[in-house]
Design a protein around this ligand. Structure first.
Ligand SMILES: NC(=O)c1ccc[n+]([C@@H]2O[C@H](COP(=O)([O-])OP(=O)(O)OC[C@H]3O[C@@H](n4cnc5c(N)ncnc54)[C@H](OP(=O)(O)O)[C@@H]3O)[C@@H](O)[C@H]2O)c1
Length: 250
């Protein structure tokens, strides 16, 4: 029986790559996003997938989205909470520091929790729930402290949830894509052979080796270039065959 996967924010970036990886693996895939144009492009490229217009911050839209998944596939096995946004705020300037803060918190933190809750109510024995968080959950970015706060919150939620759901066999993962240029590796079909998100972690470590002492960037995947910013220095050592990765705050 095909695995049924729902990916929020599946029309772009990491979400779309995961959708394509799961489709190649033979899974039944549903994605959501707000832009109908982006959904249409996704449907044209992937006619077998279900593309749902839904703003995950809106209660009724989340319910309608799960209804659509139920109607089309009858169940859900894997929920990937991926939709998120990065908002820069400089509290030192005191200008517009909390503009649209509720929306940022809703998208990056509240919506994934609400969606997970509703999905679990309908399908208590889902195989896996994934939260795409960020390396900034561990080291909050100077230019976007609220992003660090909400991603850390999501990470903490996933940790507790993982322990709650483990006895019933549902795997819960909080994944922290650290290096955007490495996401391209995560797009490959080999990664989809297993839970792509889980394997992100190992890819990151291999990538860190290649990009020894690289600076941790945060950019938008679709922009075609990476905006390098000073965040964290990374150094990788091998001592007696054991790999040590050291993160250094700059
Ligand atoms: N890219 C990075 O460097 C990076 C690094 C670490 C973590 N992350 C995390 O990885 C996730 C994906 O990032 P990305 O860079 O791949 O994102 P992206 O390319 O900007 O794509 C975001 C996706 O989410 C959808 N979306 C946005 N707001 C939505 C809403 N309210 N309801 C439903 N869908 C919505 C977008 O479609 P619409 O705009 O049409 O709604 C789009 O499909 C995010 O959680 C991000 O924080 C990214």
């Amino acid at each position: 029986m095909k695995q049924v996967v729902l990916i929020t924010g599946g029309t772009s970036g990491i979400g779309m790559s995961l959708a394509e990886a799961y489709l190649k693996q033979g899974a039944a895939v549903a994605v959501c996003g707000r832009s109908q144009a982006a959904l249409d492009r996704f449907s044209d490229a992937h006619p077998d997938a279900l593309a749902i217009q839904a703003d995950v911050t809106i209660d009724a839209a989340r319910i309608a989205m799960l209804d659509a998944v139920a109607n089309r596939f009858g169940r859900l096995d894997v929920l990937i909470n991926n939709a998120g946004t990065f908002v820069e705020r400089n509290f030192a300037t005191g200008v517009n520091t909390t503009q649209d803060l509720e929306q940022e918190v809703a998208l990056n933190l509240t919506a994934p929790i609400q969606l997970t809750s509703e999905a679990l109510r309908r399908w208590p024995t889902m195989t896996a729930i994934v939260f795409v968080t960020s390396g900034f959950a561990l080291v909050s970015p100077t230019r976007a402290p609220t992003y660090g706060a909400v991603k850390a919150g999501l990470h903490a939620f996933a940790e507790g949830l993982r322990r709650q759901l483990a006895p019933r066999g549902t795997h819960t993962y909080a994944q922290k894509p650290l290096l955007p240029q490495l996401h391209r590796r995560a797009y490959t079909p080999e990664i989809s052979a297993s839970f792509g998100c889980l394997i992100f972690k190992r890819l990151h470590v291999r990538g860190v080796e290649r990009h020894d002492r690289a600076r941790l960037p945060h950019g938008r995947l679709r922009s075609g270039h990476i905006e390098w910013r000073e965040q964290v220095g990374i150094k990788c050592h091998h001592i007696k065959g054991i790999r040590f990765v050291i993160f250094v705050l700059l």
